[in-house]
Design a protein around this ligand. Sequence first.
Ligand SMILES: Cc1cc2nc3c(=O)[nH]c(=O)nc-3n(C[C@H](O)[C@H](O)[C@H](O)COP(=O)(O)O)c2cc1C
Length: 304
Amino acid sequence: MRKLYAVEDVSLERDVFGIHFRNPIGMAAGFDRNGEIFSQLGAMGFGFVEIGTVTPEPQNGNPKPRMFRLDDDHAIMNRIGLSSKGLEYAVSKLRHNSGDVVIGCNIGKNSATEPCDAPHDYLRVFRNLYQYVDYFSVNVSYNTSFKQYVPRTRESIISILEPLFDFRRGQNQYRPILLKISPDLTDEDIDMMTDIMVDTPLDGIVATNGSARHTGLVTDPQTLKRYGSGAVSGQPLTKRSIEVVRRVYQRSNGTYPIIGVGGIMTPEDAKAMLDAGATLVQVYTGFVYNGPSFVGNICKHLLS
Ligand SMILES: Cc1cc2nc3c(=O)[nH]c(=O)nc-3n(C[C@H](O)[C@H](O)[C@H](O)COP(=O)(O)O)c2cc1C
């Protein structure tokens, strides 16, 4: 597969937060939810794979159907609701990691955990997976679980991050911690998230997750009504996610790594995301629509 799909060139390589990346294109969270196929994705040419969201205990997520293709919009709508086989299962898979692709882990809380106990859930996944992955992404963005939990205030986000920083201080190995944010935030909220990054040992931001907004879609309203609620990803997100990345980049004076994700459907979109200030880029819906040659095509475009 590597011979067929992977495009390799030294000028694609990146060194970001102390990690060496073969190329700047990664698979976004939600595709390899339980750490089962990161090697295969690496062989398809991805420079990194963000597994998860991993929750401490296994949970089923929402009833099916819960994922819908919006072909006319080049989009996907999902309300999977953080289905996860739990951290023990993820550890059993990551033990077989041969280290040929950079692995990030997106972490979250169980739906049944009360918001006041959320920091404990995040810490549990972080601590147990610390030795097995290269970086962490803390999911505080749009959450499609039935019992939605989206921490929005500075205090609630810092209460999740502080225990992670404390644990990391006691370790020999350094694992970067990033915050994954929603495209539905107001500009003030984006600035608040950026300021958290500047004021704390947070290493970077992943922008953005899917959007809860269904405005501007061309899929007919009857179909949308039948499908119901969910996070929209893909083309409807392109402009907004690039905007969010540019805002974070400008407010932090370009001094922090940003993973740009959301609506990267063409190699040109990936280039625009990098030009807006992203250090690395992730794709999900674009990979679903374009197939396995997508990563190689982006890499070739970046080389041209
Ligand atoms: C079916 C599906 C499931 C997803 N699950 C997760 C998840 O568990 N955790 C998370 O942080 N993001 C999740 N995402 C969001 C993606 O990681 C990404 O942020 C979003 O889809 C925007 O990128 P895209 O337009 O390239 O798809 C999911 C996306 C899709 C389409």
